[in-house]
Design a protein around this ligand. Sequence first.
Ligand code: BMA
Length: 844
Amino acid sequence: MTNLTTWQLDNWKFKEATAEEWYTATVPGCVHTDLLDLGMIEDPFEGKKELDVQWVDKRDWEYQTTFEVTEEALKQEYVVLTFHGLDTYADVRLNGHSILKANNMFRIWKVDIKDYLQLGENTLHIYFHSAVQYDLDKPDQLGYNLPADNDHSEDGGVGEKKLSVFARKAPYHYGWDWGPRFVTAGIWKDVTIEAWSDVKVQDVYLEQQHITEEKAEVLAHVEVETTEAQQVTIKITDQYGWEHTQQATLEAGQQVIDVPFTKESPRLWWSNGLGAAHLYQFHVEVVSSTDQVLSDYQLTTGLRSIKLVRKADEAGESFYFELNGIPVFAKGANHIPNDSFETRISKEDYRHEILTAVDSNMNMLRIWGGGIYEYEAFYEYCDQYGILVWQDFMFACSMYPGDEAFLANVKQEAMDQVKRLRNYACIALWCGNNEMDSAWTEYIEEAGWGWKQRYNEEQRQAIWQDYEQVFHQILPEVIDQNDPVKDYWPSSPMQDLSGTSSQHATFDSVTRGDMHYWDVWHGQQPLEAYKQNVGRFMSEYGFQSFPEERTVRTYAQEQEMALESDVMLHHQKNGAGNRLIKTYMDSYYQEPKDFSSFLHVSHILQAEAIKQAVEGHRLHMPYCMGTLYWQMNDCWPVASWSSMDYYGRWKALQFTMKDRFKPTVIIADQKEEQFTIYAVSDVIKQQEATLIYSLYDFNGSLLDQQHQQVTIEANTSSKLIEEDVANIASGDRSQTLLRCELLIGDTVVDSIDHLFEKTKHLNLQNPHIKWELADDGFVLTATSYATNVWLQAEETGFFEDNNFNLVPGIKKFVRYCQSLDPEVTDTVPVKQLQVTSMYDYITK
Ligand code: BMA
């Protein structure tokens, strides 16, 4: 092996640029977290302290470290310094020499530093310009403000100036409608030095050209750099002893050697629910004529074919993902960064999120364009557990400049990121941006978010041209050249690529493309509207709730525990949010008895809302082939659309999604007096089943019961029953429920309760819920029908089910698991269980 030496730089210190004193820094990290560690700022997530730290982003900051270089390292032909991420405007000096001026958080910067190194101690110094000061004059230079509705410029003390669009930096750093404004600076990813001579494999891309169960045809692009021309063998192996070799002639310098190979009967990679997410560990070696390994490269990936199918059909045009030839109904959520300070997100946080997705029967997450291209751990877990990724480029809800330097910067960023991520099996789609096409709506004058109208004709043309340059030229070209087997979609949502009015996804045109549906929530439509507004692929829709009380108490003091307190409003970044929750709640539920109950009923309301949406989407399968709710997670403790809060705590919604995303479900739908039961199945073979539906009163008396043999079609939705409500429900509807169960063999694969009235009008009595320990879990019973039963335990663990209902006389068995990992089946013994239900929240 040639002498490759790699070392990681640590022992960093930092200071404010005009100050004298240096302090210890953590790298990767950022100024805010370093100040926090030193106690120089208070926790900005508490109360309204976000506003107290806005000075940080107006200052320049310096980071410095020293490192030793040995004689041996200096003898190497190349010594390359790599910054995997600098946030953002950074001047880098090595031993006093200027070696780099960085201006993009999302680029990977490599500098050959051999000429600047010295034996012994070397000093690396980085000067971070305040991103705010750096871009402050740019709106004036441009002559207008570009639209950036979520940029909280006023909180940052820069008035109307929307600076987020000028910096290639995570958009959410500037604030969002669920996030605070912390315009960070710092070394946000590793810094490494590699010293080497002779030959180095710089990169390997496995272009999966044709993958079937019979064989995988792969074209490996091996990027090699060498100092001398030479004959070598390129050898590719996997963990099972399979091997492929090819002779190659290397020229001096950088080159890409193509190595096509075929693998017979490969084990395919499947998404969660369809099969195992099998991964291959490939090892690529460059071997000399004397059989010496000159350089090598490790790469783990899954073999699969994935494509977005957009095909004309009777209704319009399909929009679905096909994995290994199987149309996949995408079930999942939109992901945002897990912390306002992304550098403190741990691997464990990612694991928790991805295991939450797996346990919730999801198969796709969308990495939304206002955050970051995620850390490796995110994709590694998605690969490992079979979660497909819809990957946005980092542009959202704004229009961006289009000068030459900006475009060149974006192009380089896209190349860096596509090259970094293209080997992950999970990446299903590259998408240009979030909501820009539909916000601007160039081809429909009256549609959009009112942006076009702010500009004169010339400005308007320039803005749209710049948009087209990035999203219809630069990005698709980068994909074509660097990941040609993957699909690209310019914006989410959009309908087609026609360059006419039909391109834009407006709410009344849903027969093609993907759709964001926000009439429920932002548009204040009733929850029932979800089922009436179903597109081909629902990539966003959402409903807010507060985080649970424990989480609220991390930011609010006792006296602030009220809907409209300053602090509760500060931790709600969607202006109308708190009021909307209250208004919707009033219309569906009885008034909660106190604030603590109010917080919890907000979870129930949110879960009910998104349940209706998901059911509406799934029952329209295969017309609709995907449902990704907004949003999976939070970046701080806040009222938001998330299903799990900043601390990873599951809201009721997460449990409801786990239930409603099961591979085979029954869905009851009542429109006026028309009652329908559907079975929706993602299973790729037809199933014979028994449907049992039982009518109970709230005391648990069985009023009627029917059994029916049903056939559940493969990978689609089928209607099982259509009846007048009157034929099903007799008696007082405020105290009657229909429990529908679907059995395959003896196994109940799904069980749902249908209520004929809104929860608000139910005649709920005290259910006197009792629980007792049973083998491997516990058993719950009630004396009267209990809805939205909620379990909490002191011990750390994961309830297998929560937010469920209890029918008197029917025992409910629940396990409390040690881990969300499907491989770990151990449970946690619970000593004290706290059990509440809707009755408790509304009864004084
Ligand atoms: C969508 C997202 C986000 C936003 C959310 C809630 O538009 O793309 O920009 O946070 O709605 O308003």
